[in-house]
Design a protein around this ligand. Structure first.
Ligand code: AMP
Length: 170
């Protein structure tokens, strides 16, 4: 079974010129979905990790089952105005627009080792913002994991210095 069989290309979404990688066929196939989560868990099995953090919305779809599989706390990184307690914020640029992420200031405790997860590595802006949030509160980013990576957008270069891993590279 290849994960790429469950990732669909949608041209010109959400804007002309963007090739959108649609992961809904993967979510619709329990065996493939479980396999992707197990592969991620397997990759980090020997890495000491205290928590998993992920950005909404598609990051949550993989971070929640991964957190359960690895028996680790899950910390949500959300769009502005969604988290009820005191937050820290990071602004960033996207392949198609700009955005801001927030985290509860007590989501990560100083010194905790954090694995960040998202579905797609495009320009790396989202992940870079996630790393900033973790580090702002004194956390240590032990890895940046993705289901898939669009290597031509050079997101890895933006994440220089971090351990970057993706299950599939385009
Ligand atoms: P970036 O911050 O540029 O690395 O973008 C990553 C975020 O945007 C991820 O959370 C993806 O869900 C989404 N994204 C960006 N580009 C694409 C794409 N071509 N296909 C699917 N999702 C994308």
């Amino acid at each position: 079974m290849s994960l790429t069989d469950f990732i669909r290309d949608i041209p010109d979404f959400p804007k002309p010129g963007i090739m959108f990688k649609d992961i809904t066929p993967l979510l619709a196939n329990p065996a493939a979905f479980q396999d992707s989560v197990r592969q991620l868990a397997g990759h980090y099995a020997a890495t000491p990790i205290d928590a998993i953090a992920a950005a909404e919305a598609r990051g949550f779809l993989f971070a929640a089952p991964l957190a359960l599989e690895m028996k680790l706390p899950l910390v949500p990184l959300r769009k502005p105005g969604k988290l009820p307690h005191k937050t820290v914020s990071a602004k960033y640029d996207l392949e198609y627009g700009s955005a801001e992420l927030q985290m509860h200031e007590d989501g990560i405790i100083k010194g905790q080792r954090v694995l960040l997860l998202d579905d797609v590595l495009a320009t790396g802006g989202t992940m870079k913002a996630g790393c900033s949030l973790i580090e702002h509160v004194g956390g240590i980013v032990v890895g940046c994991a993705f289901l898939l990576e669009l290597s031509f957008l050079k997101g890895r270069e933006r994440l220089t210095g971090y351990d970057v891993f993706s299950l599939v590279t385009y």
